[in-house]
Each structure stands twice: as structure tokens, then as C-alpha cells.
Design a protein around this ligand. Structure first.
Ligand code: PLP
Ligand code: ZN
Length: 406
């Protein structure tokens, strides 16, 4: 039988214990130690056949980087137009914050309006490549919507558990895409526990963050896009709103692959993990010099995507930060809400709260001097603000009361 996977995919490798396995059968996590698996390629082989100048031939969505993704050229992926999002210059805020360059990777044009489409496109296509008929995941909202959309398009069944206070827009999307949904009291951690009993393997392939190897491959295209959009001159610092951390780890992987491909130089961008003071397990572990993150008790934040009390890939996230001389920073709810209004009023971006947190974090690090004035910075808007009308109301009410006080 012709493999659905491409010949330069060499193996899957456990990030923690280094054990390896192949893609001949469906995989989840490392069989030896239970930690995340990462896709490895024969990059020398790809390097020989893919000069970066030829990427233009391959369209504008993330499949432009297809030679660096798991599937064979004969495999027809389910596609909804994922990736290929703009990198917007934030000229007014660059002046206000006094940084050399300021860019916003605007992820809301993705299918289901968030960056989660990148990872879930790859996971659902992975399920298709392995001939699986059901996927399942716990979600704070955006990942569930994306999974449900791709599953619908692939004709694959989908079960999703969401916290019972998930914004209504996400529940509406899940229903529209025909996913089976369970609302669970608590956080995404509680949803994960519930999912185990309700959607057991092998009938349901678990596509939760880092519980399978392909979402990371979709998210790594963020790193390829930023490099290409900046003319292969990587920025100095990238601020990423970190919940489960797939995008942060994915970018670190992309930059290393690009170095091996000879596409970028030695210096990597500092990766800055942005969290909120109500749920900051990675910031706490980073500050303590720990390699694992303790679960965060009583996680509370309006940024539902950042309410991840115990990120499964803590070791990978902390490694991505430390190996790029990055840092981790927590912002307050108030600063995040104010940054939402700042981005809409001065740059025309109706950001999601998670995206606004990256601007609040940059301001914090400019004030402390940890980010210098000559820095070229990329912020992230990971999804559409329109899915969070209640949070926007709270942000605008703060502006209103500030104006009344003035
Ligand atoms: C809008 C938004 N931003 C950021 C995140 C966190 O992303 P990650 O899990 O890749 O760290 C999420 C996760 O749900 C999200 O929905
Ligand atoms: Zn292992």
C-alpha cells in the first residue's frame, strides 16, 4: 500500500526520553514514558530539493510548506484555507512603545477564526492518513471549533469536552459542525479527565494538545511564515500567549529546522511566553528554574485560552523559552483588557484577550528594560475578538469609566 506519509519523514521521537517509533500505525504519546512525540525529518534530503526561493510555487496557505509537513505528495489533505495570515505592522504602537519594529501576526483570518486551525488541520489529516474514524479533545473553545470543522469536512466523528462557562460562540460552532459536546464544570484539566471516560481509544483518537504529534507540525508553520514574511531576517523577540504551548514549541522547532535547511542564520528570536496572573504555571516554573510546571490552583482569567492550569508539554515549553534566551511573563486582567482597547482604537485590530495579553507583556518588559528600544518584536493575535463579546464589553466599560474619571 502507498504510504500517506512523505519519504523524508524519518521517525517520531519522544522529546523527553528520546525513544523513537515510526508512523506505520496510529500513535499518540511515547510508549516508553508517556511524554509528547515530535515528528523528525531527513532535513538534508529536503534541503537538497527545496530552495526557499521555490516556495512561491506552492500557494499561499500553510500547505506551501508541504515538503516540511508529514504527508506524501499523493495524499489529498482536507483543506479549509488554513495559514497564510498577514503580519501587520503596528506603526503607531511601535512609536508609543519605542521599539524598532512592531508586528502583529494576525491569526483571525484562519478557518474558524483562530490559529488553532493550523494544528487541527494537521491532526485531522493525520487521522485521515491513518484511516481513523473518530477524534476527541478537551478544549477551551477555539481548538474544539477547529477540530469540529475539519472533522466535518473529513467525514470523521468528533467529541469535545468544554468548560461549562465557555463563551457561547464556541458552543454554537461546535453544534453547527455536528460535533458531540459535553460541558464540564471546571477548567480544561477537568474536561481532559471527563474525555478519557467518554471518548476512550481506540475508537476515539485523542487530539488534545501534545497527545498526538501532528498539531505541532501545523503550528510550526507560524515560524516559517514569520521568517518568510520578514524576508528570512528573524525578529529579535516573539510574544506568544501561552496555554498548552503548541505554537511556542512549534516556532522553536521551525526555527531549528530552518537553520538546518540553511534558510536562516544562527541567532534565534527570544521566545516570550505570555500568561495571565490568574493562571501562570509556566511563568512560575521559569522563575523557579524548574523543568516541570506545578499545576496552578484556582485558575481564573477572562482569556479562556490561557486558562490551562497544567500544560502537558511543560518541559517542551520551558526548553523553547530557555534555549532561545527568552522569558515568561504574566500580565494582569486589567492590563490585558486595556490592551484590547488600545489595539482596537490605535491599530484597528479587534483582538482576542489572549492576543491583547502580548501587548501588555511587551509594555511590561519595555518598562523593566528587559526589551530594549532597538528590538524588532512580533506580537500575536491568536484569534478573533468577536468570539468574546462579554470580554469586549468589560474592556470597553473600563475605557468608559476611565473617560468619566478624567
Ligand atoms: C485565542 C487563543 N490564544 C492562545 C491560546 C493558547 O494556545 P496554546 O495552547 O498553543 O498555548 C488559545 C488556546 O486555547 C487560544 O484559544
Ligand atoms: Zn519517552
Amino acid at each position: 500500500m502507498v504510504s500517506a506519509f512523505q519519504p523524508a519523514l524519518s521517525h517520531l521521537e519522544c522529546f523527553d526520553c528520546g525513544a523513537s517509533c515510526d508512523v506505520s500505525v496510529p500513535r499518540s504519546v511515547c510508549l516508553a514514558c508517556g511524554r509528547p512525540l515530535v515528528v523528525r525529518y531527513d532535513l538534508a534530503r529536503i534541503r537538497a530539493s527545496l530552495p526557499r526561493e521555490t516556495l512561491g510555487r506552492f500557494g499561499t496557505d500553510l500547505w506551501r510548506y508541504r515538503a516540511l509537513l508529514p504527508f506524501a505528495s499523493s495524499f489529498a489533505p482536507v483543506r479549509l484555507g488554513e495559514g497564510g495570515t498577514p503580519l501587520l505592522p503596528l506603526a503607531r504602537l511601535a512609536l508609543a512603545l519605542d521599539v524598532a519594529e512592531l508586528w502583529m501576526k494576525e491569526e483571525s483570518p484562519n478557518p474558524t477564526q483562530s490559529f488553532k486551525a493550523r494544528g487541527l488541520a494537521l491532526a485531522v489529516n493525520g487521522a485521515k492518513a491513518w484511516g481513523l474514524t473518530g477524534i476527541a479533545l478537551p478544549s477551551a473553545g477555539n481548538a474544539g471549533s477547529a477540530a469540529a470543522a475539519y472533522a466535518a469536512a473529513a467525514g470523521i466523528a468528533c467529541r469535545v469536552t468544554i468548560p461549562d462557562d465557555t463563551p457561547e460562540a464556541f458552543a454554537l460552532e461546535l453544534e453547527a459542525f455536528g460535533a458531540e459536546v459535553r460541558r464540564v464544570p471546571g477548567t480544561i484539566a477537568d474536561c481532559g479527565r471527563e474525555l478519557g471516560a467518554w471518548a476512550p481509544s481506540p475508537r476515539w483518537w485523542n487530539v488534545a494538545t501534545f497527545k498526538e504529534p501532528f498539531r505541532l507540525e501545523g503550528k510550526k508553520t507560524l515560524g516559517y511564515e514569520i521568517a518568510e514574511q520578514l524576508g528570512w531576517r528573524l525578529p529579535d523577540a516573539i510574544f506568544y500567549p501561552t496555554g498548552g504551548g503548541t505554537g511556542l514549541v512549534g516556532m522553536a522547532k521551525a526555527f531549528r529546522e530552518m537553520q538546518e535547511l540553511g534558510w536562516v542564520g544562527e541567532r534565534l528570536p527570544r521566545l516570550v511566553a505570555v500568561q495571565v496572573t490568574g493562571c501562570a504555571p509556566i511563568v512560575r516554573a521559569f522563575e523557579r528554574g524548574a523543568s516541570r510546571a506545578e499545576p496552578w490552583a484556582d485558575a481564573v482569567t477572562l482569556a479562556s485560552g490561557l486558562r490551562v492550569p497544567s500544560p502537558f508539554a511543560d518541559t517542551l515549553i520551558l526548553d523553547a523559552i530557555r534555549s532561545t534566551h527568552g522569558t515568561a511573563v504574566a500580565v494582569s486582567e486589567e492590563d490585558m483588557l486595556d490592551a484590547m482597547v488600545e489595539l482596537s482604537a490605535s491599530e484597528g485590530c479587534l483582538v482576542c484577550p489572549e492576543g491583547a495579553a502580548t501587548l501588555a507583556a511587551l509594555r511590561q518588559l519595555r518598562t523593566s528594560g528587559e526589551i530594549a528600544a532597538d528590538t524588532r518584536v512580533v506580537l500575536y493575535d491568536t484569534g478573533s475578538g468577536l468570539k468574546y463579546p462579554e470580554v469586549w464589553r468589560a474592556a470597553l466599560a473600563r475605557r468608559q469609566s476611565a473617560q468619566v474619571d478624567a
